[in-house]
Ligand binder design. Structure first.
Ligand code: SAM
Length: 284
């Protein structure tokens, strides 16, 4: 039985100091190990928190600035949280700043449970697009990619090997709320190679030595698995071997390569081009 199931209503607490043990504990969520141990992460902003709750994410604690006590929208959210057994903390802005490590923090912050999906939960069909990120290192890149995956109507993200944490505060911030709309699956390199071998559709890798212009393949009528290489070293040979095609974005100028998140965006919008229109949003 979880803590919230044991209690019918949550508790409201006013805390004024960063030395309070509850705040000290929340601040530890800055560390990956603590996020893993507690299965928690921090998300900032009221609209984002309301959207996340509506999408079924489990809010464990709501924290808001004392200056918002008379804000009717915050009051309503806090009352709903308490009614559902979620604890609510009211703190000075400086404490919110310490929790989020920001000079100008959002006035409302939520502590959510992390969610990953299992490989067996990835069921593809139609024109589903999934993206695999090989050992992605940069939190900003990962957040930007998740936001793009959401915007383009791809189905989710597979993190291959040792990667940056999708639930790090910087990553969550960069997703601009798309963390709650984008399924995330983790796989070792070997498991991913098995997974890609069994993919019923097209497996495309992006590579600086790819011989296929990224605009050439026919991406329609089948599920597409797009593989992106690591920021520093690109894609290892083992992953190259599972790709049906290696695509490249033509470049001119002096840059050796594109930023990973930019390259991902360019490819994803091309892969989904036939399914997107201004009039209808996503057609499929
Ligand atoms: N030094 C790395 C290399 O030699 O591959 C550069 C990696 S690049 C910064 C990171 C990833 O972005 C690449 O592995 C690839 O997935 C993608 N990428 C960047 N520019 C690309 C381009 N012009 N065409 C295709 N993919 C590209």
């Amino acid at each position: 039985m979880t803590r919230s199931e044991q209690r019918a209503t949550g508790r409201i607490k006013e805390i004024s100091s960063t030395a309070n043990p509850i705040i000290k504990d929340i601040r530890l969520l800055e560390k990956k190990r603590h996020r893993e141990q507690t299965n928690q992460f921090i998300a900032e902003g009221m609209k984002l928190i309301i959207d996340a709750i509506e999408q079924g994410w489990h809010l464990q604690t709501l924290i808001f600035a004392a200056s918002q006590k008379l804000n009717p929208n915050v009051e309503k959210l806090a009352a709903n949280c308490v009614a559902k057994g979620v604890d609510v903390l009211i703190v000075p802005e400086k404490v919110l700043g310490a929790i989020t490590r920001r000079d100008n923090p959002q006035m409302v912050v939520g502590i959510f449970s992390r969610q990953f999906i299992e490989p067996s939960q990835i069921r593809t069909g139609g024109e589903d697009v999934w993206i695999a990120l090989d050992r992605i290192r940069d939190p900003g890149n990962l957040g930007t990619i998740m936001r793009t995956v959401d915007a383009v109507g791809a189905k989710g993200v597979i993190l291959v090997g040792e990667t940056t944490d999708p639930f790090a505060t910087e990553t969550v911030r960069a997703t601009m709320g798309s963390i709650f709309a984008t399924p995330i699956c983790r796989m070792s390199e070997d498991d991913f190679i098995n997974f890609a071998d069994q993919w019923q559709g097209l497996v495309v890798g992006t590579h600086l030595e790819g011989s296929v212009d990224y605009r050439t393949p026919d991406y329609s009528g089948k599920p597409v698995l797009l593989i992106m290489g690591n920021e520093q070293s690109g894609m290892p040979e083992k992953l190259v071997q599972v790709c049906h095609q290696l695509i490249r974005i033509p470049q001119v100028g002096r840059a050796d390569s594109l930023n990973l998140a930019i390259a991902t965006g360019v490819c994803l919008f091309e892969i989904r081009r036939h399914s997107l229109s201004l009039e209808q949003g996503a057609k499929a």
